[in-house]
Design a protein around this ligand. Structure first.
Ligand code: OXD
Ligand code: MN
Length: 648
């Protein structure tokens, strides 16, 4: 066994020593977080065939990785919340008794780092020293994880220094689950190949994260979903704040008034696009603070103040183009790691819907050759000369649908540096939030924008969120609408109904509830009967943001309906309605109407989801009843009120 290095902080030593004994790595490296070290790890991975160095003139300090085919997205079916009581994990989470799970996983961890290096990554979720920031130590045997964590979080010596002798942190352990025998050559993407050998486990009471068998994204970069959402949501509930799956943006009006907006949309529903959007409305400026996660704390003045705990963007590549999100593409120009995209002959990258013509040939995400399509220069197929129809029929994509870029936030041309650093008016409070948006991909029924009539109504709206399932998760339900309350379905660290109650408590415990953000539900994805989108989305979404700001200021009236307050058509500013995609006034009219029949069905399915959150409370009747009735009465009441109003 190698010797555990010394650490000034005894708790860090104990965590590393414990796992050194269990995992028996060949070597231990404590990550310093310097650029030199980061690049040296990248170069080592190039040498080992785990990274491809991209054309350094076109993409300085950029690399490409290709994952194993079994390891391409989050594995929700293998994600567990191991609270002591099953009821505390709730009906939406997989649960196992913590002691049983630990025994099981310890078997897997035994000797799992043989032949590998154990990296110890000290990391911060948020700007180091900010009062909202939290810290973690991730132990991993994956150099891919180290370099991605370097981009996605603040890592290294500065964190260790901040922890000092007795600073607290969330202990995280990760292994790809692929020990090497003496002399055995490593593969390009080591992982446990069988899905049942992968575990992504949170212990919310002990505040620990144990991950095994996967090297991909949220399964392995433990600061992101496991810590900043699952564990942090539990911390937040216990301590009276909020950890949410939300982007944060700063909007400046032509009158130079600043607004801060957060938005919770399910995975791959355009959070990154909205967070970096170029407003089409003249005079409006948008800046990015975060694209995926927000931590919000109530201030003494009643407002909610937010930071982005992350340091980079782990964005979905396909669909990111100079049209849809030029600022994301610019963020990928240097220091970026690409995973599962196409390699072009000149050492650059390509993906579907990048808005860039495909190269004549390239190497697809599986490492096989791919070729430009015969009748569409923007597509690639697995054989030369294939037509668009043939490629579509075969279901082939050259870049995986959940292929990603890991890009440093500092590259983003529209980064709000002050807000990103957790500052507001020079103080480390986070930024005050004016509006919270919920949304999802909803082809029918849900209007373009709908304002909640109260905080409780807003919580109801969030609880009722739903979306078509996307490729961000390995699932057989892709394309179907699933309920995704607050876009947190895969990320609740505790019982979903208790989480609703926590949202309601934020109003009850607020120093001044009138200062809480206004809540809206938006839907950029309405489709006509012919399947065409009825709203252009992207930069045109600034029209909706302007309306929201005007509502905050009390400058415009609204159409008060049973489902919420909708804009009057005349109040959606259509100036600069030019370009490839335009707002069609008849479509706008249609998506600002209440579809009564559609809403009756919607309300019925929301009610059914509440019933599930209540009734499926337990298989274990010794710890909870089958009808736990945990969904707050206040939300049931709104459901009943909306239903009655629609029936009139
Ligand atoms: C993500 C996700 O990667 O939500 O952000 O899946
Ligand atoms: Mn996300």
């Amino acid at each position: 066994m190698v010797k555990t290095p010394k650490f000034a902080n005894d708790k860090v030593f104990a965590w590393v020593d414990k796992w050194n004994k269990v995992c028996t790595p060949d070597k231990i490296v404590v990550v310093k977080g310097t650029k030199k070290e980061h690049l040296a790890i990248c170069e080592m991975m190039v040498k080992n065939g785990q990274f491809i160095k991209l054309n350094q003139k076109k993409r300085p300090e950029c690399y490409l990785a290709r994952s194993h085919e079994s390891d391409v997205a989050r594995v929700e079916g293998r994600t567990f919340i191991c609270s002591k009581k099953e009821i505390d994990a709730g009906p939406t989470n997989h649960w196992m008794d913590p002691e049983v799970m630990k025994k099981l996983m310890l078997k897997s961890y035994k000797g799992c780092m043989k032949g590998r290096t154990m990296y110890v990554i000290p990391f911060a979720m948020g700007p180091i020293g900010n009062p909202i920031t939290q810290y973690g130590i991730e132990i991993t045997d994956s150099p891919y994880v180290v370099v991605n964590m370097n981009i996605m979080t603040r890592t290294g010596d500065a964190v260790m220094k901040h922890l000092g002798k007795d600073g607290d942190f969330i202990p995280c352990i990760h292994s790809v689950g692929a020990p090497l025998k003496k002399g055995q050559k490593d593969v390009a993407w080591p992982c446990a190949k069988k899905i049942e050998d992968k575990f992504i486990t949170q212990f919310p009471e002990e505040r620990q994260i144990w991950s095994f068998g996967s090297g991909y994204g949220g399964n392995a970069l433990l600061g992101k979903k496991c810590f900043a959402l699952r564990i942090a949501s539990k911390l937040a509930k216990d301590e009276g704040w909020m950890a949410e799956h939300m982007l944060i943006l700063t909007l400046t009006s032509p009158e130079r008034k600043q607004y801060h907006v957060t938005a919770a949309f399910p995975s791959a529903c355009g959070k990154t696009n909205l967070a970096m959007m170029l407003p089409k409305l003249p005079g409006w400026k948008l800046q990015t603070i975060g694209d995926d996660i927000a931590w919000l704390k109530p201030g003494d003045d009643g407002r909610l103040y937010a930071i982005n705990p992350e340091n980079g963007f782990f964005g979905v590549a396909p669909g990111t183009s100079m049209d849809s999100n030029p600022n994301a593409l610019k963020s990928c120009k240097k220091g970026t790691i690409f995973t599962n995209v196409v390699l072009t002959p000149d050492g650059d990258i390509w993906w579907e819907d990048m808005g860039v013509k495909a190269p004549k040939e390239g190497i697809d995400w599986k490492g096989n050759p791919c070729y430009v399509c015969a009748d569409d220069p923007y597509r690639m197929g697995p054989k030369p000369g294939m037509t668009k129809a043939e490629i579509k029929a075969s279901g082939y994509v050259a870049a995986h649908k959940n292929s990603r870029f890991t890009a440093p936030a500092e590259n983003c041309p529209v980064l709000d540096k002050s807000g990103f650093n957790g500052l507001w008016k020079g103080k480390p409070t986070g930024v005050p939030i004016d509006a919270i948006l919920f949304g999802g991909r909803r082809p029918s029924t849900i209007p373009l924008v709908n304002e909640a009539k109260s905080w409780t109504h807003g919580v109801f709206m969030g609880s009722a969120a739903g979306s078509e399932v996307t490729a961000a998760v390995i699932s057989d339900q892709i394309g179907q609408v699933r309920r995704d309350p607050m876009a947190m379905l895969p990320f609740f660290g505790y019982n979903v109904a208790d989480y609703f109650q926590h949202w309601l408590e934020m109003e009850r415990t607020s120093a001044d509830a009138t200062k809480l953000p206004k809540i809206y539900f938006v839907n950029w994805f309405r489709k006509g009967d012919d399947g065409r989108f009825m709203w252009p989305g992207f930069g045109d979404n600034s029209r909706v943001l302007k309306w929201i700001c005007q509502r905050i200021e009390g400058q415009v009236k609204a159409n008060v309906t049973p489902i919420g307050n909708l804009p009057l058509e005349r109040d959606i500013d259509l100036s600069n309605n030019e370009g490839k995609f335009k707002v069609v006034p008849e479509d706008l009219r249609a998506i600002l109407k209440v579809d009564k029949e559609g809403w009756k069905k919607e309300i019925a399915t929301v009610g059914a989801s509440y019933d599930e959150y209540d009734a499926k409370a337990s298989k274990d009747t010794t710890v909870r009843s089958k009808t736990a009735k945990r969904v707050p009465k206040a939300l049931r009441q709104i459901l009943a009120d909306v239903s009655a109003a629609l029936a009139k």
